[in-house]
Write a protein that binds this ligand. Structure first.
Ligand SMILES: *Cc1c(COP(=O)(O)O)cnc(C)c1O
Length: 425
């Protein structure tokens, strides 16, 4: 008897049979363990801190409930993410609104809900917020997003802290813009923020960013801005492949805190509240995607294509970033011999290359295939390309399993379609 692939205590072949494929599977136990690891690391330092889960990596009402009960805060990056959090009953005071081009509607929505913090991205947005808060006579606490000019080694499209970026205030302009808030009656600047990129495996750029940001922090404090928070963003990398480097967050946090303490002592300032915004490092390892193997086509002397019943519509990262993933045939998880190097391809009418050259245990039509570490930026980036229905998300906790997001129906696909009068027969 070959053994099935077990994920978070559950037989993945049985999950595929029960819920159908493609299927996102999230483990609440792994999510909570990942959150606890970083909370414990901060807790041990004795510093004032906040962990804000980056909702854009994986958000829906149930996920907001998990974040809420884990006692951490939530970053949202749009009106839609904010709405989702509010519909789940999340405390708006523990929500922080991000976004590089927030609309007036989104800013007003955040004010109306009473979100705890807004991270302001530009002078234009600041002026808009100043006007809105005067109209509503409502105070708001903000942080400014700064582009600290740090190049982190990661895919170019997910480097976001360089000087040449759409995100945030350029470092050299930051002081002049932030000082304007001293004249604003309702806009209270409580901190500065940076997020240098995503899937970063090395702690050096984070430590460098903390130096650049603390230098600005000190300058602003001296100029009378009542800052108390330094938010250093997310971006901690995870090993998608067994040979990938691991970003050890439990080693990084004490190192960061020690570094910040030394710098603050040298500058003669109080240590600010430190905020981090991990998304991927909390959610990616907590998820897998289950697919059913369909066509297996061998082109003699070239390669074997293993087709799955999902692809770039449910996981666009390989197409966007050349992202690489590990996978396993769930029906024969323990088989180490009899493997075959194949290419896993999605079903979209595109090349839709999911995994190039991976050793799998004799993939056969009808097998369940699990792609690993898909808990971040898969469900949240999914599309209906080819009018594929977005998969269901199932949540596992202990020995329980339940639907977190229902599978889309064909009716869902046409529910917003309208036929203009002149097209009616
Ligand atoms: C995307 C993003 C994050 C989370 O990044 P991860 O790489 O998923 O940890 C945090 N903060 C901001 C502002 C972001 O845009």
């Amino acid at each position: 008897m070959t053994e099935h692939f077990i994920f978070s205590g559950h037989d993945t072949v049985a999950l595929a049979q029960k819920y159908g494929t493609p299927l996102y599977v999230m483990s609440e136990d792994i999510l909570r363990a990942n959150i606890a690891r970083i909370s414990d690391a901060f807790g041990a330092t004795g510093i004032d801190y906040s962990i804000n889960f980056a909702g854009k990596s994986f958000i829906n009402k149930g996920m907001c409930k998990i974040v809420d009960s884990a006692g951490i805060c939530l970053d949202v990056a749009s009106g839609g993410e904010l709405y989702t959090a509010m519909e789940s009953g999340f405390d708006p005071k523990r929500v922080c609104l991000h976004g590089s081009n927030k609309s007036t509607e989104e800013l007003a929505m955040a004010l109306d809900y009473g979100v705890g913090h807004i991270v302001v991205d530009s002078e234009f947005e600041l002026d808009n917020l100043d006007r809105l808060t005067r109209e509503k006579q409502q105070e708001v606490q903000i942080l400014f997003r700064i582009a600290p000019g740090i190049e982190a080694h990661t895919h170019e499209l997910i480097q976001t802290g360089k000087t040449d970026t759409k995100f945030g205030l350029p470092l050299e302009l930051a002081e002049a813009v932030i000082l304007k808030t001293l004249e604003m009656p309702y806009v209270k600047t409580v901190g500065i923020h940076c997020h240098i990129g995503s899937q970063i495996a090395d702690e050096v750029p984070f430590l460098r960013a903390s130096e650049v940001m603390l230098t600005l922090y000190k300058k602003l404090k001296d100029a009378g801005v009542p800052l108390t928070e330094l938010n250093l963003g997310g971006g901690f990398g995870i090993p998608y492949l067994p040979e990938d480097p691991t970003f050890d967050v439990t080693a990084y946090i004490p190192k960061l805190v020690a570094h910040v303490r030394v710098l603050c002592a040298e500058m003669g300032i109080d240590v600010p509240k430190l905020v981090v915004e991990p998304g991927r490092s909390l959610s990616a390892p907590a998820g897998i995607t289950l697919y059913t193997v369909g066509t297996v086509k061998t082109i003699p002397g070239i390669r074997t294509y293993v087709s799955i019943d999902g692809g770039m519509a449910d996981n666009p990262r390989p197409a966007l970033y050349d992202a690489e993933y590990d996978a396993v045939i769930c029906d024969r998880a323990k088989t180490e011999d009899n493997t075959q190097v194949v290419t896993v391809s999605g079903k979209a009418c595109e090349t839709d290359l999911m995994i190039k050259d991976i050793a799998l245990a004799q993939p056969t039509p009808g097998d369940t295939l699990a792609v690993l570490h898909t808990g971040a930026y898969n469900y949240s980036m999914a599309s209906n390309y080819n009018r594929l229905r977005r998969p269901a998300v199932v949540l596992l906790k202990g020995d329980q399993d339940a639907v977190l997001v229902a599978r889309e129906s064909y009716a869902d696909l046409v529910k917003n379609d309208r036929i203009p009068a002149w097209l009616e027969d």
